[in-house]
Ligand binder design. Structure first.
Ligand SMILES: [Zn+2]
Length: 203
């Protein structure tokens, strides 16, 4: 049994869990949501994602949702050899490509949706979001407009975090309490706004 890895960030007690963060998957013949270099460098080819999941599965990695990864108690007692797969922004490829590949491997994942992008070209529509949730995947909130949270005042944070989460819960009918935040990168002001939102309405 390999020793569990430790983290130096006390805000993220994720001992042993590897987080793999994805954005849009590129499906052959299908235009991307955005084309700027700053965006496309995060895009992974669908075929590559399929190989990565296959590799993880064959190497014996089991998957956790982010909520499971952050929970102190694990059903199987250990977080070693566990991976939490996440997708940011709420692209349509979440449902069209990632979901079937993950389901085929019986892998869980967490999809962080930018609420204000719902229904835009290339992004999930509200019915597609509900379909993704109905497949058993965890849905998280990735803000309202994809703003840089550290640039915002208190009112802006309310909108991007609390109101976005409430709207996502209404749209998804089952959005989870998790919020997209690499907490170590955020200013104290943002953490204060995030934590109460994360604590409320859990399910
Ligand atoms: Zn994003």
């Amino acid at each position: 049994m390999s020793p569990e890895r430790t983290t130096t960030n006390p805000a993220m007690p994720t001992n042993g869990v590897v987080f793999l963060m994805y954005h849009e998957l590129e499906i052959p013949g299908r235009p991307l949501c955005q084309t700027e270099a700053g965006y496309s460098r995060y895009v992974v080819q669908e075929a590559n994602f399929r190989s990565q999941v296959k590799w993880l599965q064959e190497a014996g990695w089991r998957s956790l949702s982010v909520s499971e990864a952050l929970a102190s108690e694990q059903p199987n007692g250990s977080k070693s050899n566990a991976v939490a797969v996440t997708f940011d922004d709420g692209c349509e490829s979440d449902l069209l490509s990632a979901a079937p590949i993950l389901s085929g491997a019986s892998y869980h994942a967490t999809f962080y949706v930018t609420v204000g992008y719902l229904g835009r070209r290339g992004y999930l529509t509200p019915p597609q979001l509900r379909e993704l949730g109905a497949l058993g995947f965890e849905i998280g909130c990735h803000s309202m407009t994809h703003a840089y949270l550290t640039d915002l005042d208190e009112r802006g944070l309310q909108r991007e975090i609390r109101e976005a989460k409430a709207e996502l819960e209404a749209e998804a009918a089952q959005a989870r309490k998790v919020v997209q935040a690499s907490v170590s990168d955020l200013a104290n002001q943002v953490v204060r706004a995030v934590l109460p939102a994360a604590a409320g309405g859990s399910r």
